[in-house]
Design a protein around this ligand. Sequence first.
Ligand SMILES: Nc1nc2c(ncn2[C@@H]2O[C@H](COP(=O)(O)OP(=O)(O)OP(=O)(O)O)[C@@H](O)[C@H]2O)c(=O)[nH]1
Ligand SMILES: [Mg+2]
Length: 136
Amino acid sequence: MILDATEGVAEQDKKIVGYAHEKGKAIVLVVNKWDLVVKDDKTMNRFERKIREEITFLNYIPIIYVSALTKQRLPKILDMVDFVAEEASRRVATADLNNLIREAPRLLHHRQISIEGLRSSMLPRAVLNHQPLFCL
Ligand SMILES: Nc1nc2c(ncn2[C@@H]2O[C@H](COP(=O)(O)OP(=O)(O)OP(=O)(O)O)[C@@H](O)[C@H]2O)c(=O)[nH]1
Ligand SMILES: [Mg+2]
């Protein structure tokens, strides 16, 4: 999914990426025209926070900042595609999932880790971002 860095997240962007999300597609968010943004060392973080606020259901997707004009980071797009494709097709062993479910209340109770932290650190991302398929 490509965003225009000078426009931020448009309503239409949200809708389209929402469809991909609902279909359980692996997504890479590419922010293009990064050359047009006046930057300091915090710009990328600020941009990322803003995007993640706008599209809260996409907290798992990688975001990459590129310029089609200067070719900045373009090769990284395909690396990211490979990465999410692999994550999206990852198979989670039943034992690992059971362990996680068993441990979750304790970890949350002791506040060692937030729900978000639990998700990102313990669950393979594929389980979250690619509608999980359970074999019973
Ligand atoms: N500076 C800069 N310009 C770019 C870049 N990528 C595309 N463009 C320019 O953007 C213009 C095309 O507009 P886009 O916004 O990409 O096209 P679009 O989103 O399909 O069309 P709109 O709906 O009108 O925005 C062309 O003049 C491109 O040269 C980039 O990375 N940096
Ligand atoms: Mg445009």
